[in-house]
Ligand binder design. Structure first.
Ligand code: 9UX
Length: 72
């Protein structure tokens, strides 16, 4: 089954930042969809909960150079 989570992403200032975060999330095994909104600073992620954890998602965002916190 797929899980959905919203992350608050801090530190994005341009459209390329959005691409960086989306790519980082999509590289995490189990992630199927990652949509990042620059204006709201939010990332919506669909992932297979048996493969990826929310911690994995947060770590990926941080690894790309941004801060992430679960909000929903
Ligand atoms: Mo350009 Mo957005 O360095 O960080 S990708 S401002």
């Amino acid at each position: 089954p797929e899980n959905q989570v919203e992350l608050a992403v801090e530190g994005m200032t341009c459209g390329s930042c959005v691409s960086h975060v989306e790519r980082a999330l999509l590289k995490v095994p189990g992630v199927t969809t990652a949509t990042v909104n620059l204006a709201t600073g939010r990332a919506s992620v669909l992932f297979r909960g048996s493969i990826a954890s929310i911690e994995d998602l947060e770590a990926a965002v941080r690894g790309a150079g941004y801060e992430a916190k679960r909000i929903i």
